[in-house]
Design a protein around this ligand. Structure first.
Ligand code: HEC
Ligand code: HEC
Length: 339
């Protein structure tokens, strides 16, 4: 039997279809998955199965990231030490925490943090979800108890509504850490001149930059042996000869192994132009000082890597190396500070 639809039947059917699609989209909107903007030459980041990215969760995480209710005296948000315009790092050696207390380590960039296999310079934290708890009750950072934060945010009806939509619960610490992690995983940037030259092949290096690239990859400088791969780090822990005596024992804080003393995670060099001052303690102020440090071979330390053995570089070659490092800057987060 042929189904013949007369005009009124068609109207009814149309209305039903519209109603179904409205119901579908308003429901899927809540759980609408967030599409990461990943350059083709980047791997896919691992997203934990229990914390899928959704548009609303990422939006909530972003609000939390910029919210000063996270610090005991309402003076600091996550973004106070992870400034969007500086690749989500800070411009001082030690960010000051609440009450102007000073931290102990330099604030790292959060760009491409989704790819990190471990967090902190000593690798002491294994997941982004756990990481957000660390600065919160750290007296030198946000100095606030998790119950105080939850109490503060619970008073905000907009947060209540967002948590309900995203987690189907009230404001909880778990929800806060999950949303913050989700937001931070979206900070993926791979649109530097380096990417346009090497991966997209839509631009070319100047002679100076090209010379810098060759030096960086050379066996006399060894930079690319530790700062390797698409993120310019192999994520290993190394002693790069920064000090003869470290007040901060680095990786050994986690392993208690004296062979790990003075070892810190190899830092990414993407956006290194704007992540200074440099090293775990921000003790090197400029890229020029960083290169002088490596050229000198660094301080003697029993755990110093054999790859740090000094080299000599003409002024022109030093300029070339710096020019190359500057091609690793993605300007997008600077133009779009609220990312
Ligand atoms: C007072 C400054 C300060 C504030 C506020 C702060 N951070 Fe940090 N953050 C740091 C410092 C310093 C480190 C490096 C700690 C270490 O390596 O031991 C760090 C490390 C991190 C890391 C690890 C990155 C890596 O490469 O290992 C993440 C992720 C992070 N912070 C996110 C956050 C979030 C989310 C907030 C808000 C809840 C926040 N931070 C608030 C200073 C701060
Ligand atoms: C043995 C491995 C190793 C080699 C070789 C090496 N680095 Fe590093 N690099 C590191 C480690 C580890 C850190 C982090 C040290 C710290 O946190 O104090 C680092 C940090 C840096 C930083 C600071 C990044 C920041 O945001 O603070 C720069 C810049 C840098 N290296 C450039 C270079 C250059 C240029 C070369 C070659 C001349 C080079 N590195 C060779 C291991 C290495």
């Amino acid at each position: 039997m042929k189904l013949r639809l007369n005009k009124s039947n068609r109207l009814v059917l149309g209305a039903i279809l519209i109603a179904i699609s409205v119901a579908f989209f308003s429901c899927s909107d809540q759980k609408e998955s967030y599409e990461l903007n990943i350059p083709e030459w980047f791997p896919k980041p691992e997203i934990p199965a229990d914390n899928p990215l959704t548009t609303k969760k990422v939006k909530l995480g972003k609000q939390l990231f910029f919210d000063a209710r996270f610090s005991s005296d309402f003076s600091l948000s996550c973004a106070s030490c992870h400034l969007p315009a500086y690749a989500f790092s800070d411009t001082v050696a030690f960010s000051s925490g609440v009450h102007k207390r000073s931290g102990e380590r330099n604030s790292p960039t959060l760009v491409n943090v989704a790819y990190k296999p471990h967090f902190f310079k000593d690798g002491g934290i294994e997941s982004l979800e756990l990481q957000a708890l660390a600065p919160i009750d750290h007296p030198g950072e946000m100095d606030i108890s998790t119950t105080t934060i939850v109490d503060r945010l619970r008073k905000d009806s907009l947060y209540q509504q967002s948590f309900k939509e995203v987690f189907n619960s009230g404001v909880t610490m778990r929800g806060i850490t999950y949303a913050l992690a989700a937001y931070q995983r979206t900070l993926i940037y791979g649109n530097s001149k380096y990417d346009r030259v090497v991966h997209e092949k839509s631009a070319s290096f100047s002679d100076l930059e090209k010379r810098g690239q060759n030096l960086f990859n050379s066996d006399s400088l060894n930079c690319s042996k530790c700062h390797s791969g698409v993120f310019f780090t192999n994520y290993s822990f190394q002693n790069n000869g920064l000090k003869a005596n470290y007040a901060d024992s680095g990786r050994a804080k986690v392993t208690s192994d004296p062979d790990d003393a003075g070892k810190f995670v190899v830092l990414t060099l993407r956006n290194v132009e704007v992540t200074g001052p440099y090293m775990y303690d921000g003790s090197l102020k400029s890229l020029s000082q960083v290169i002088d440090h490596y050229a000198s071979g660094g301080s003697d330390h029993r755990n110093k890597s054999t790859l740090i053995d000094g080299f000599s570089l003409s002024d022109n070659n030093k300029k070339a190396l710096i020019a190359y490092l500057k091609t690793l800057t993605d300007k997008e987060f600077q133009q779009n500070p609220n990312q």
